[in-house]
Design a protein around this ligand. Structure first.
Ligand code: PLP
Length: 393
């Protein structure tokens, strides 16, 4: 008889050769439970997606309420649906004036696709600049601006006119010119192990964009909804984008993304030709309801204020001679070890000991910590102790 693992491996397409194959039964708060009833403390949160913890009633109730009313009724942008417009308004209320109009999509990659199209449309230019070692999604437009040739080479030809700068390298900003439609940049660079901006790098990118008439697209797909202790990362680094891309944590476990800009820019997608971006399920009412509930909850509690304290707790309790550095900020942290082998061992052994950690796309010597924002102090300490015990061995 085929086991679930056999079926998973044979019939569910895989792209990662060594999946952990944890067979999930349920998830609650900061824990995931497998089919054998084993509890795993979740330090990853579905890669920064489960903002308020698993099965948070705030989210499940919002989903259930919306499910009772209606699910999909029409392609995006035709009917007035309260979860969508209420979320768009609440987002606009939190954002600077030039970020007042939201286009809801299905994922982070689609938010990036939409933002790139909008930038080309708005500037009449075609060059898009991104950072070396950046990741913005896996669709062909997003892949075109991925800053890693190994992942791109076999899928070429991709979009022409995609060039790079180096994150935190001011000198590379000279690559941004009057031919550049947009610079797409993460607030904290994820794939390289949560590298934070130094020396006001993002502000310097903003300045260069201003000088060249280039649009600044901030990819806040991984930093959004509170992960850095502010609702959006750009607030922490004092830079305002022309287009903001969000996804992951905004859905609190449900699939949704968005690109946000000024009404004037967004309006370009409405005419000549009309329907500048089309989606059937983008901004699905159930996912908007979840996102709205998550946003309302974050704005009415002190969850975001506690992020700094929780980061410090991780830093304090992860002090160990085998840990070289903890990068990142807020609740996206990267723990740097000596070797790829040790990193793999720690991630695997942690799982055996009931703790979920995960890898990065590019850096091989770090593991990620991006727990639900609702993780408790006790849970942080418990997980850190598991990591330290493994490192002791
Ligand atoms: N941008 C960043 C910074 C991401 O971390 C990701 C996903 O990991 C994406 C874009 C793509 O998002 P999605 O997987 O929802 O397409």
């Amino acid at each position: 008889m085929n086991t679930a693992k056999d079926i998973f491996k044979k019939h569910q397409s895989q792209t990662f050769p060594f999946p952990s194959c944890l067979e999930i039964e349920s998830a609650k708060g900061s824990y995931i439970y497998d089919v054998n009833g084993t509890a795993y403390l979740d330090f990853v949160a579905g890669v920064s997606a489960i903002t308020l913890g698993h099965s948070n009633p705030i989210i499940t109730d919002a989903v259930k309420e919306q499910l009772k009313k209606y699910t999909h009724v029409m392609v995006y942008g035709e009917y007035i649906q309260s979860p969508q417009y209420k979320l768009a308004k609440l987002l606009s209320d939190q954002l600077p004036e030039n970020l007042s109009s939201t286009y809801f999509v299905n994922s982070g990659a689609e938010a990036i696709e939409g933002s790139m199209k909008l930038a080309k449309r708005a500037t009449g230019r075609s060059e898009i600049i991104s950072c070396k070692d950046s990741y913005h999604g896996s669709t062909q437009g997003a892949l075109s601006i991925m800053g890693n040739e190994e992942h791109k080479a076999k899928y070429r030809p991709l979009l022409p006119n995609c060039n790079t700068i180096t994150y935190n390298d001011e000198n590379s900003l000279e690559n941004i010119s009057k031919q550049t439609a947009a610079v797409v940049i993460e607030v904290v660079q994820g794939g390289t192990g949560f590298v934070t901006p130094t020396n006001n790098f993002l502000q310097k990118v903003r300045q260069k964009c201003n000088e060249t008439g280039t649009l600044l697209i901030l990819d806040e797909i991984q930093t959004c909804y509170g992960r850095l202790g502010t609702l959006f990362g750009f607030e922490k680094y004092n830079v305002i984008p022309d287009i903001l891309c969000i996804a992951k944590g905004m859905g609190a476990g449900m699939p949704i993304g968005a690109f946000i800009s000024s009404w004037e820019l967004m309006n370009l997608l409405t005419f000549e030709p009309k329907l500048g971006h089309i989606t059937t399920f983008g901004g699905h009412p159930i996912n908007c309801a979840a996102s709205l509930a998550c946003l309302q909850h974050l704005l009415s509690t002190d969850i975001m204020e506690e992020v700094d304290k929780k980061e410090q707790l991780f830093r304090t309790h992860l002090s160990h001679p085998k840990i070289n550095e903890i990068r990142g900020t807020g609740l996206i942290l990267s723990v740097e070890l000596d070797s790829e082998e040790l990193t793999r061992k720690v991630v695997e052994k942690s799982l055996e000991n009931g703790l979920i950690l995960f890898y990065f796309l590019f850096t091989k010597t770090s593991f990620r910590i991006s727990p639900p924002l609702t993780i408790s102090e006790e849970e942080i300490i418990k997980g850190c102790n598991i990591i330290k015990e493994i490192l002791d061995q």
